[in-house]
Design a protein around this ligand. Structure first.
Ligand code: PMP
Length: 457
């Protein structure tokens, strides 16, 4: 048991001294004091167990303190923690080789960082250097980081600050087939469809054409010259698990390349088998990016990130010297390498597809049962449940109402996440080791929380 400071003192520090802003977006009214975790479970300081359906925002990929990852970490801890990039260390080179073996040609060159923001920062610099262009396009609602440069790429209101930003970044409308002006039931690639009617004809996604027109308009009006590139998540995470029309990324990549830009897939949330059907989210869109950025699940919660790109782009980057003291040291590479092994050995991509599809199908039943569940979407264990005042208006359920359900779900033993531009989407991104029994437990709890909410009205 924890024998340090009192809960009251910890809370005071959290609220006043230790990044106090975070309380704004993540706080439970009755906060959870986490003590330890194992696989898909977390325990609080009073010994209460929670099913972790959020995994620190899709970060704990294979399970908290996974025994095999822990063993690999402990082995490396006893050997060497850090070395400088001026030496060769087998752990690092072997990891780069192993990571690229999971990616298609021509993605062969790896740069290791400490976080997703750092990876996107580097990708942005490389895109500009390689193309000689400055302008960048992103999708509205996206989160690509909070660092000095990536904050410009992020276009999610909650994370914006009233300072000069947006240097060279031009966002286009997010092709959201549920909340956006166009789209509906058959536009996206998910085991469950939206309940929203769509006007698309077979083989011709009108919604996709409309959203692509928006991108064309951004180019025509804001960036008539050549561009450096497009950043896009294969499924938008923080933005509320938004899935685009099936061909959107393929068509957008084509346009971007015509404008002289390169295409960057931000796989910080969607990578490492999370979407179930594929190892990388971009594979679900039938595209090959010029650069892939990753973090979070890469090392099961150990701080690490990466950029993987082509030899050609890497050559353009060779004009200067790139150095990162901690990025991809022997310890993080040992952790990340064991994560790749565990995903394979524990069959987690398959679990992810099976349990994820089951969850989606069962959640669709809850959507049909409860008026306030507007949409259920996602792939694998990257799932969003969009909450509405009612199914006709599709107005977002107000934040205080979301909080009631959020809090109730937690009090019944399940931790979930929130997201979306209006904080109107519950997000489920558990460790990939969750089982069908866990899914059933979550579904029972969530159903009850929705029922409780309705009864209180
Ligand atoms: N890209 C995406 C898609 C993310 O979700 C995040 C983090 N939420 C980042 C980049 C930034 O990663 P980090 O917090 O490790 O800097």
């Amino acid at each position: 048991p924890y024998q340090g400071m009192s809960k009251e003192r910890l809370l005071q520090i959290r609220q006043h001294k230790c990044n106090p802003m975070t309380t704004k977006v993540t706080y439970y009214q009755r906060p959870v004091f986490i003590h330890h975790g194992y696989m898909q479970w977390l325990w609080d300081m009073d010994g209460r167990r929670y099913l972790d359906m959020f995994a620190g925002v899709a970060t704990v990929s294979v399970g908290h303190c996974h025994p095999k990852v822990r063993e690999a970490t402990e082995k490396q801890l006893g050997r060497l923690w850090h070395t400088s990039a001026i030496y060769v260390h087998p752990q690092i080179q072997e990891y780069a080789e192993k990571l690229t073996s999971h990616l298609p040609e021509p993605l062969r060159v790896v740069y290791l960082t400490n976080s997703g923001s750092e990876a996107n920062d580097l990708a942005l610099l490389m895109a500009r250097l390689h193309t000689g262009n400055y302008a960048i396009t992103t999708l509205r609602g996206a989160y690509h980081g909070g660092s000095g440069m990536t904050i410009d790429l992020t276009s999610n209101a909650a994370y914006k600050f009233p300072v000069t930003s947006g240097q060279g970044c031009h966002s286009t409308m997010c092709p959201d087939v549920f909340r956006g002006p166009w789209g509906g039931s058959h536009c996206r690639d998910s085991p469950v469809q939206t309940t929203r009617e769509c006007n698309c004809s077979p083989g011709q996604c009108l919604a996709n054409n409309k959203y692509i027109d928006q991108l064309k308009e951004v180019f025509a009006t804001c960036v008539p010259h050549q561009i450096a590139g497009l950043f896009a998540e294969p499924i938008q995470g923080v933005g509320g698990v938004v899935q685009y029309p099936r061909n959107f990324l393929r068509d957008a990549y084509k346009l971007v390349r015509e404008k002289g830009g390169i295409c960057i897939a931000d796989e910080v949330q969607t990578g490492f088998a999370r979407t179930g059907s594929h190892y990388w989210g971009f594979q679900g869109h039938d595209v090959i990016p010029d650069m892939v950025t990753m973090a979070k699940g890469i090392a099961n919660g150990f701080p690490m990130g990466a950029v993987v790109t082509t030899e050609e782009i890497a050559r353009s980057f060779g004009k200067g010297l790139h150095f990162n003291t901690f990025g991809g040291g022997p310890l993080s590479c040992a952790v990340a390498s064991s994560v790749l092994d565990v995903i394979k050995e524990d069959g987690l991509q398959e679990t992810c597809e099976e349990v994820g599809t089951y969850l989606l199908e069962q959640l669709a039943k809850l959507r049909d049962k409860h008026e306030i569940v507007g949409d259920v979407r996602g792939k694998g264990l990257m799932i969003g449940v969009e909450m509405v005042k009612d199914k006709v208006s599709r107005d977002p359920l107000p934040p205080e109402h979301m909080d009631e359900i959020f809090e109730d779900t937690k009090d019944m033993g399940v931790l979930i996440g929130k997201g979306g531009n209006y904080a109107q989407v519950f997000r489920l991104k558990p460790p990939l080791c969750v089982t069908k029994a866990d899914a059933d437990f979550f579904l029972a709890v969530f159903d009850q929380a929705l029922q409780n909410y309705t009864e209180r009205r």
